[in-house]
Design a protein. Sequence first.
Length: 98
Amino acid sequence: MSFQKDPQQNETKHLHQLANFSDRRILEIGCGEGRLTWRYATKPAMTIAIDPDQDAVRVATIERPSDLEDRVHFSNAIAERLPFPKETFDIALLSWSF
């Protein structure tokens, strides 16, 4: 039997209850391979997802659905030194980030 993270989609339900992602600009800190990204990425106008792990960012970029190529971008970066001007994003997500 293989292990599945959140098979009942509770994380996704709660995520959408807490925030309206429609047409928003999202910063996801600690995106890893995009596990959480794919649960909300169809709604925002733009998503920038960062992670310090270059391999994880590479996997997320490769696995990004083609219909999201213009709206979801992955970058190798750390939260302590964000390469974006203030007020660029409407929502910031941090999942499993410390």
